[in-house]
Design a protein around this ligand. Sequence first.
Ligand code: UDP
Ligand code: MN
Length: 358
Amino acid sequence: MDNAKGSYHMKKQSILWEMALALSTRLRLRRTSPFLWGLGFCLMCFFFIGLTSFNSGQQQCDCPRSHVLRAEEPRPDLPDAYDFNPSDKHKMAILIPFRDRFEELMEFVPHLHNFLKLQRKNHHIYVINQVDNLRFNRASLLNIGFKESMDSCDYIAMHDVDLLPMNSALIYKYPADGPYHVAAPHLHPRYHYPTFIGGILLVNREHFRQVDGLSNKYWGWGLEDDEFYARLKEAKLTVHRPGNLTTGTKDTFKHIHDRRVRRRDMIKCYNQQEVTRRRDRQTGLSTIRYHIQSRKEMTIEGAPLTILNVILECDRNVTPWCDCTENVGNTKTQRKPENKEDVIVPKLDRKKHISHDG
Ligand code: UDP
Ligand code: MN
């Protein structure tokens, strides 16, 4: 049996030898070279087989794509909870002060998410929903949004839920040199006075901390953004705005605000008017008091967001107007601010600076 096996191998070797010999004779080579030729031939075969299997493996592989993105590559196929641009080290927290604006939120979240996706801006949307029974306090909600988002983000967009950017040239970039006012007076549908900084304002983490955020004294509608302007001015931070846009006040933003349905809370009580018309040096990011009732992660049409249900605290000795069920009407102004820089009421010509929108 062993003999038979051995003679079979010998036979096989001699056939290979004969083949190599014949080839070398044909090619007129010396008798010793068939070994070298056989070896070369085998190496080439191995190389060829290896190459084809490597190639076909690459074509057939259905493995997940690399998570490393090239900066120039647009990726509309990305999952929605993704950081759109890993090569950009910045991440923006979109802070939406919120209460009872469900329809607007349903339109706003997918719109802004897709708008920023096209710009490949890393971001996350936070809805800071005021669930207590006090009057709405936009500024305090923004302070809370900042505190709750700054572990993962390094700049904020203070964003009204009813203001939708429509021009893709509005870039939500990291505001390195000072706050960036996206909803600039020459673009906002309703407010056009030069010191206006409401609607949409981008501020980086350091600058927001530097000015101690916004005042917590503004319960009800208005002036909290003008007081914030006074803080920025005092800190010598320059507000930047978009320039060279082809759109204007009518077509840069969509303001989804029906003023008959969404009434602005303009009631004044106690000495609210007197206090809120001047710069606040007592309250801000460092003094905000609140409680997070719950936190919900969800998506609207694939756009991810975090809802923070918050309960604000009000010190009625300091701001009794957080609840205007009593003492409605203005208490007469007792004293004027000594420093004219402390007057924060914007000087606006109502006819010229306020349009009929919203
Ligand atoms: N807001 C809210 N619920 C309210 C009042 C205000 O959610 O009851 C939020 C919402 O994000 C809104 C922003 O605060 O876009 C500014 O308020 P509003 O739109 O009334 O002010 P406007 O800029 O139109 O005068
Ligand atoms: Mn509005």
